[in-house]
Each structure stands twice: as structure tokens, then as C-alpha cells.
Design a protein around this ligand. Structure first.
Ligand SMILES: CC(C)(COP(=O)(O)OP(=O)(O)OC[C@H]1O[C@@H](n2cnc3c(N)ncnc32)[C@H](O)[C@@H]1OP(=O)(O)O)[C@@H](O)C(=O)NCCC(=O)NCCS
Length: 154
């Protein structure tokens, strides 16, 4: 798959405690019901055996991140988000491909996620990477919006 990113100096690393504030600012920018700093830190500090949390950085500034929890052969993506000014430059794609590459050696076979039914951009993004819609979860979000459950076989 061709990636559209033309950004140099972009690196993807495991999220660390020091990244919390920058992740939180991107959360606030992108989501009405966003994660708290404590919940971000909780996820960073979860054992690496049960989660993967990666940040994409440019000149040591976080511009995107992806988090998933692992259970048996399944990875559940809880969050993927790119700073607005860096969206549509291939950063989300890089994060997702990086995550898949880390999951394959762990024998993860299935990747699942929920996405708001109104989030056309993210739905199209996930479909591009082979996710299929399998179910609508009624009133999944705190404001009552439905979620699409999407699944991809790795
Ligand atoms: C969804 C998100 C992570 C994608 O990251 P990104 O870096 O912008 O995505 P990329 O540049 O790698 O890929 C762009 C793809 O997104 C989709 N996309 C982007 N803009 C779109 C639009 N206006 N309409 C439909 N699809 C769109 C397309 O599939 C596009 O691929 P294409 O360029 O080949 O058509 C990012 O937009 C984001 O952070 N959104 C806000 C947070 C969010 O909604 N997260 C998902 C929660 S479930």
C-alpha cells in the first residue's frame, strides 16, 4: 500500500510517562468525550503484555498515537488519533501499519475497534486497511451515539 506521507523526521516509539501532556492535548483537540491525563497514564503504565501504546513524534513532539489492549489472539484498538494539523498526511496509516507489524509476531489474529457511526473519515480510513463492519452497538457512546464494531483479520 502506498503511503502519502511526505514528512521526514517522523519516528514511532512506545509511549512513555513524559508523553502524557502532549497526548492529552491531542485528545482534547479531537474528541468531545476525551481521555483524562490519568487514564492516558494508566494505559501507558499497563503491562506491555496486555497493551500496546505507540506515539508518533516529530522533533520529539507527539503528533499522533495508537493504543490497543490485548487478549488471547485479539487486539482491541481503543484509540487512534492524529493532531489536526498533521491529519491526512499518512501519520495515522503509519501508526496502524506499525501496530500491525508489532502484533503479528505476538500471534494476534484479530483486530477489533469501535467507531462512531458519524465518523465517516475514520470509517473510510479503517476500511482502507481491511476492517469490515460487523455490528452496530446501539448507544455505545456517552452522548447516545451508536458505534460500528469493525474487525480485521491480521
Ligand atoms: C482517523 C485518523 C486517525 C486518520 O489519521 P490520518 O493521519 O489523518 O490518516 P492518513 O493520512 O494516514 O489516511 C488518510 C485516510 O483517511 C481517510 N480520510 C481522510 N479524510 C477523509 C474524508 N474527508 N472523508 C473520507 N475519508 C477520509 C481516507 O481513507 C484517507 O485515505 P486516502 O487519502 O487514501 O483517501 C485521523 O483523522 C484522526 O485523528 N481523526 C480524529 C480522531 C478520530 O476520529 N480517531 C478515530 C477514533 S475511532
Amino acid at each position: 500500500m502506498e503511503l502519502t506521507s511526505t514528512l521526514d523526521n517522523v519516528v514511532i516509539k512506545e509511549a512513555k510517562d513524559e508523553d502524557v501532556l502532549q497526548i492529552y492535548l491531542i485528545e482534547k483537540e479531537n474528541f468531545k468525550f476525551h481521555w483524562s491525563r490519568d487514564f492516558i497514564l494508566f494505559n501507558i503504565r499497563l503491562s506491555d503484555k496486555i497493551k500496546k501504546f505507540y506515539v508518533c513524534k516529530i522533533y520529539n513532539n507527539v503528533i499522533g498515537y495508537v493504543v490497543c489492549w490485548l487478549s488471547n489472539d485479539t487486539a482491541h484498538i481503543l484509540n487512534i488519533s492524529v493532531k489536526k494539523e498533521y491529519q491526512n498526511k499518512g501519520i495515522g496509516s503509519r501508526l496502524l501499519l506499525y501496530l500491525f507489524n508489532e502484533l503479528i509476531p505476538l500471534n494476534i489474529k484479530i483486530v477489533i475497534l469501535e467507531v462512531r457511526v458519524s465518523n465517516y473519515k475514520a470509517i473510510s480510513f479503517y476500511k482502507k486497511f481491511g476492517f469490515n463492519e460487523v455490528e452496530t452497538k446501539k448507544k455505545f457512546y456517552p452522548d447516545g451515539e451508536d458505534a460500528l464494531l469493525m474487525i480485521k483479520n491480521l
